[in-house]
Each structure stands twice: as structure tokens, then as C-alpha cells.
Design a binder for this molecule. Structure first.
Ligand SMILES: [Fe+2]
Ligand SMILES: [Fe+2]
Length: 454
């Protein structure tokens, strides 16, 4: 049965007929209308298609603060051309991460929409989520196009790595095949356990099981990369796929996780938006990536409103969470805090993860043609100065950290089912320490030196 048929059939499950005038249902209706009327995806696609790096290469793409290594000793002594490149590479890196996060969003929009479809009265909400999924597809395409052309121009084809299969001989291929079969068997047992556990925990809610998951009955869809990639393993996300697709409360709870993605993006995207407005006012040249960010923010503002409305209001329409649902919701937000928000990068502004994840990329950057293929010793010398010693870049990042922390606290404080550690974002708050970030970088850097000089 298609989702539309399900929507037509189900109308009374949760007796929401009397709730038609609820404020949040009006917000959803208005958001959907405004989103389809404004929709900037065509404009964004056209900008991506026509993007030419050389036309944009002599301009900063937004504030200088939004540059890789900004405020570090190496940035201070970088040439103008290097500063431009670091500013462009920062945009590319942030939007590569955004593209992966939006691929996660596409999956979970469909899984949760498949649950809401079973609850009468949420037709517009499902239509909006489906529309958002289509928009994300266009956004992702554009981010990839601009990112690819920019990286080729600045770092060369080598930055994408060599073709893997050229290196694989017959024996290696056989070994890989064997490993794949073993992994597949292991996954089947795991999938079976996950399905069993989820059913057990959501007894009596079988009618809500996501239409999308039903259609994908052969394998459990999961998320990799983006926010999911730094939060938990693909196996954990398989379990979450089943849970977010099994109960109306958890389907709505997913949107509190999506709100973290929306707000994290806004932390830097809003600066590109403001920069666009300033350039437009002065009648100056607007680099294509800034225009993409500007129109993307306008599309995303509707997605943010939806995340907020579902996470803070819609869940109250559904049966109260069970002890298990509360526990799982808290663990999810705790994992998000730990993976995505509990560090402070020394070299990537508005990034609240430890540099341990980025150290190999910094090394590749410093030994690339952009830095005249720095010798190993020099590269390690600069990395130590930029990652393991205090500098202005840390303070700039701390400012972004404080601003996001305040916004997230305001958002999560209203969710009464969360533990104080999540409502007050305590893990994130603890992560906002330059001293701790430097200590962790010193340990990670030491290990990295051993691995490259061994
Ligand atoms: Fe998007
Ligand atoms: Fe979005």
C-alpha cells in the first residue's frame, strides 16, 4: 500500500480530529506552503553547474575568520594566495560534512515520515518531509560539484587518492570476498537481534512501523559519514533506524537530533548569509559559494522550523514515552554531545570536535603544493605550533562554541523527558576548554609523529 493510501485510510488512530486548530499544525501548514513557494533548489543547482573556480579564486568566500588554520601562527605568516586557498578549503570541508549530514537526513526523513503516515492528521507534515528530502538531493549535488572543482584546482587530483582496484591482485580480491561473506553472516545475526529487540520494546505499536522500512525489508538501512559518522557506528545507526521507525514518539524525537545538525550548520552558514547581503548592498562581486550558502540557508530555515516544531510540540500529541523510549532518547543526545560537540578544534573554526580526527588531513595539506610540499620535519614543526600551543584561533572557535551552546541549551531545556546532562548540554559545555583541547591534541600529535616517523 502506498503512503498516500495509508494517509487516506488512517484518520482516527490518535484522535487528533479535535486538534486541527492546534498552533503547531498551523505552523506546519504554513511552513510547507512557504517552502514550496520560495524553494531555491533550482537556483542552487544552476550556481553549482556554472561554477568555475578561476572566476571565484581571487575573492574571499565570506569572513576571513572562516578559514582553515585561522588565527594560528602558520596563518599569520601565510601569503595572500595561501590565505585565499585556506578560506576556500574551509568552505569546501564544511559543505562536504554538510552533504554527508544531509544524506543522513534524507534517510531519516523517509523512515520517520513512514511512521507519521500511520498517524491520522499529519499528511502535510509528511508532504513537507518528502519535499525536504528532494531539496537535500539538489543541495548535496551542488556542494559536491563546487567541492570537487575547488579541490582539483587547489590540491590536484592526488587529493582524491589513487584508484584502489589497480592495486588489488587476484589473491587480495579473493580474501576480500571471503571477509565480505563473513561480515554478511555476522550482520544477519546482528540484524536479527536488532529486529527482535526493537519488536520486544515496542510491543503494541506494530501498526506504526514505518512504511519505508517495510519496503526495505531485506536489509536495515543505516547512516555513515556526516553527523552520524562522528556519533556512533553504522551498526548502532541500524538499531536507531529500526527504533526511529517504530514509534510515533521516537520518530518525533529524531527531530531533536536533526535540530543539532540544523543549528550546527547555522553557526557558520549565517555568516555567509550576512556577507552575501553586505556584498549585494554594496553592488560588489558575489562569489558563487557565498550565493550557494545564502540560498541554502533560506531553504534550510524551513527545515529548522520543522525540526523545532516536531521535536518540541508534535511529540506531545503522541502517547507518553515509555521508560525504554526515554532511555534511548537520552543515550542518543548523549552520543551526539560526545561525538559532535565535546571538543574544540584548533584549526577549524565553528568545529567542536577534537583535532585527532583531522591530523592526517592537516599533514596532507602542509605537504601539498599549496605549502610548497613542506618537508616532513617542517610540517610537523608547524602542526605542533598550530595544534598544541595556545593561539588566537582557539579563542575565535570558543566564541562560536559559546553561541551554539546557548542556542542548544535553550532548545533542549524544554524537553522534559531528557536528563539534566542533556537539557543543560553539560558534555558540550565541558568541551569548551582550550586547556583540555591542547592537552588532547598533544597526546594525539605525539602518536601521529610516531606513526609517520617510524
Ligand atoms: Fe540542505
Ligand atoms: Fe535540511
Amino acid at each position: 500500500m502506498s503512503i498516500v493510501n495509508v494517509l487516506n485510510k488512517k484518520t482516527t488512530d490518535l484522535n487528533i480530529s479535535g486538534d486541527k486548530h492546534k498552533k503547531h499544525l498551523q505552523v506546519i501548514q504554513k511552513t510547507y506552503q512557504n517552502n514550496i513557494e520560495s524553494d531555491y533548489t533550482e537556483k542552487i543547482e544552476a550556481l553549482g553547474k556554472n561554477f568555475d573556480y578561476s572566476t571565484n579564486s581571487n575573492h574571499f568566500w565570506g569572513d576571513r575568520q572562516l578559514s582553515t588554520l585561522y588565527g594560528s601562527p602558520l596563518y599569520e605568516q601565510a601569503s595572500h594566495a595561501q590565505k585565499l586557498a585556506l578560506n576556500h578549503l574551509y568552505w569546501v570541508g564544511q559543505y562536504q560534512h554538510t552533504a554527508s549530514a544531509e544524506a543522513n537526513t534524507m534517510l531519516y526523513n523517509q523512515i520517520t515520515s513512514g511512521v507519521f503516515a500511520h498517524v491520522g492528521g499529519y499528511e502535510t507534515l509528511c508532504q513537507e518531509l518528502d519535499f525536504e528530502t528532494t531539496q537535500e538531493r539538489h543541495h548535496i549535488n551542488t556542494f559536491h560539484k563546487i567541492g570537487y572543482k575547488t579541490k582539483i584546482a587547489l590540491l590536484g587530483k592526488e587529493s582524491f587518492g589513487n584508484s584502489l582496484h589497480k592495486k588489488l591482485n587476484h589473491q587480495t580480491q579473493n580474501n576480500l570476498l571471503q571477509k565480505f561473506r563473513e561480515l554478511h553472516n555476522k550482520e544477519s545475526i546482528q540484524d536479527f537481534t536488532f529486529r527482535f529487540l526493537t519488536k520486544l520494546m515496542h510491543q503494541g505499536k506494530e501498526n506504526y512501523y514505518s512504511e519505508y522500512l517495510k519496503q526495505k525489508s531485506n536489509s536495515i538501512p543505516t547512516a555513515t559519514g556526516g553527523l552520524a559518522g562522528v556519533t556512533a557506528s553504522p551498526s548502532v545507526f541500524k538499531y536507531l533506524s529500526l527504533n526511529w521507525g517504530s514509534s510515533p514518539f521516537l520518530a518525533a524525537q529524531y527531530y531533536s537530533a536533526r535540530m543539532v545538525a540544523n543549528m550546527s550548520l547555522k553557526t557558520y552558514e549565517y555568516h555567509y548569509y550576512k556577507h552575501f547581503r553586505e556584498l549585494e548592498k554594496k553592488g560588489e562581486f558575489i562569489p558563487t559559494p557565498i550565493a550557494v550558502s545564502y540560498y541554502h540557508l533560506l531553504d534550510e530555515s524551513f527545515h529548522t522550523t520543522m525540526s523545532q516544531t516536531i521535536a518540541q510540540e508534535v511529540y506531545k500529541d503522541f502517547p507518553k514515552p515509555t521508560t525504554y523510549e526515554k532511555l534511548l532518547s537520552n543515550v542518543i543526545i548523549l552520543l551526539l554531545q560526545r561525538g559532535l560537540l565535546s571538543g574544540l578544534s584548533a584549526a577549524l573554526p565553528a568545529t567542536f570536535r577534537d583535532d585527532v580526527n583531522f591530523i592526517p588531513s592537516y599533514y596532507r595539506l602542509l605537504t601539498s603544493p599549496l605549502f610548497n610540499q613542506m618537508h616532513q620535519q617542517d610540517a610537523l614543526h608547524w602542526m605542533k605550533k598550530c595544534l598544541c600551543e595556545e593561539h588566537e584561533g582557539f579563542y575565535v572557535n570558543l566564541k562560536y562554541h559559546q553561541s551554539l551552546l546557548n542556542d542548544l541549551r535553550r532548545f533542549f531545556d524544554r524537553l522534559e523527558y531528557l536528563w539534566p546532562v542533556n537539557r543543560k548540554m553539560r558534555l558540550m559545555a565541558e568541551g569548551g576548554s582550550i586547556e583540555k583541547a591542547i592537552k588532547r591534541n598533544q597526546i594525539a600529535f605525539k602518536q601521529f609523529v610516531t606513526s609517520v616517523t617510524a
